[in-house]
Write a protein that binds this ligand. Structure first.
Ligand code: AKG
Ligand code: FE2
Length: 337
């Protein structure tokens, strides 16, 4: 399925210019498009969102440099991730985002946002350290602008989501590498073929996903009824749709709705299940890189169904929960070995 492309340029004015002023007609038009997509399946392709092609390719180059370090070096010298702070290196086959599936053929490095959180980048190549600072600065603005656009799209006060993105103390930039692997053709249709990342919905408000060369291959989505997927749903092999991106035009990011946004909106904006599969032997032979930016509400924010979504008599589907309680629960599940 070709996912819709949305040109975010109207929001790239000075940060915060929208709050306290009337949105422009171009901004309203973008917000309307976002709302349509997010009510429907929650996966869109965004262009002109403030990341230059130069910085993007630098980020992928540095990611490759990091993951090209030897397994032994990475395991002994890089700071190891843990569910409590979600920062650092996760080796291949150390995680499973969907507990009903085997551990995943991927490795990752997670970065948090200073000054509330301090990253330990010892052992990381200098180029990686350099690029992370530049990305953090761009992403800080992006999170806020996108949050404002979401509020406009949902007819909420414009600062509603932005107020939960002040510290960015739970936001994470995750560099992902899926190594090449073997695919035994006899298991091509069965559930025990290699999993790059199992069926899941992202945990936070929204995610920006940058895909490296060949990056879209294997990425599939499936709209779900509720705000999260996992458990039983993980066994199903039905209803998956390949994500297809435009062949030309500027390189963008995939944006998808996470479970906490679904909770805020009582599933008016649903979180869409997605996964990365190895569909055939050629795909298995190619390594894959992506960089996810998980925009998760600040730790002390209480995510509660907004009254707007229950005013016509529908009941809240979710109990209020703090962002930190929700995320720790999900991270513990994912990193349990
Ligand atoms: O690498 C990808 O394309 C998807 C990654 C993803 O869905 C995640 O890390 O939550
Ligand atoms: Fe995801």
């Amino acid at each position: 399925m070709s996912i819709p492309t949305i040109d975010f340029a109207p929001f790239l004015n000075e940060e915060g210019a929208v709050i306290g002023t009337e949105p422009t007609s171009e901004q309203v038009a973008v917000a309307k498009q976002m709302d349509e997509v997010c009510r429907n399946h929650g996966f869109l392709h965004i262009i002109n969102f403030g990341l230059s092609d130069g910085l993007r390719s630098q980020a992928f180059q540095s990611s490759k440099e990091l993951f090209d370090l030897s397994e032994d070096f990475k395991k002994t010298h890089l700071r190891r991730i843990n569910p409590k702070d979600n920062m650092g290196f996760a080796p291949v086959l150390s995680e499973s985002i969907n507990r009903s599936r085997p551990n995943e053929l991927k490795e990752a490095f997670n970065l948090s946002f200073p000054p509330k959180r301090q990253n330990d980048l010892s052992g990381c190549p200098d180029s990686f350290v350099e690029v992370t600072e530049k990305l953090q600065a761009k992403y800080r603005d992006l999170a806020r602008r996108y949050a404002i656009a979401c509020a406009l799209a949902l007819s909420l006060p414009l600062d509603f989501f932005a107020n939960a993105l002040v510290d960015l103390d739970l936001c994470t930039i995750r560099f992902l590498h899926y190594p090449a692997c073997e695919l035994d053709d006899t298991s091509a249709e069965s559930t025990d073929r290699p999993i790059r990342i199992g069926e899941h919905t992202d945990f936070g408000a929204f995610t920006f996903l940058l895909l490296g060369e060949n990056g879209v291959e294997g990425l599939q989505i499936k709209p779900v009824e509720g705000g999260e997927a996992g458990g039983q749903a993980g066994g199903e092999n039905e209803g998956w749709i390949d994500v297809v991106l435009p062949n030309d035009g500027p390189q963008g990011a995939i944006v998808n709705t996470g479970a906490l946004m679904a909770r805020w909106t009582n599933d008016v904006w649903r979180a869409t299940a997605h996964r990365v599969i190895v569909a055939n032997a050629e795909m298995a032979a190619r390594e894959r890189f992506s960089i996810a930016f998980f925009v998760d509400p600040d730790s002390n924010s209480i995510v509660k169904v907004h009254d707007t979504f229950t005013k016509h008599g529908s009941l809240p589907k979710y109990e209020p929960i703090t962002s930190s309680d929700y995320l720790s629960m999900k991270l513990q599940e994912m990193m349990k070995t």
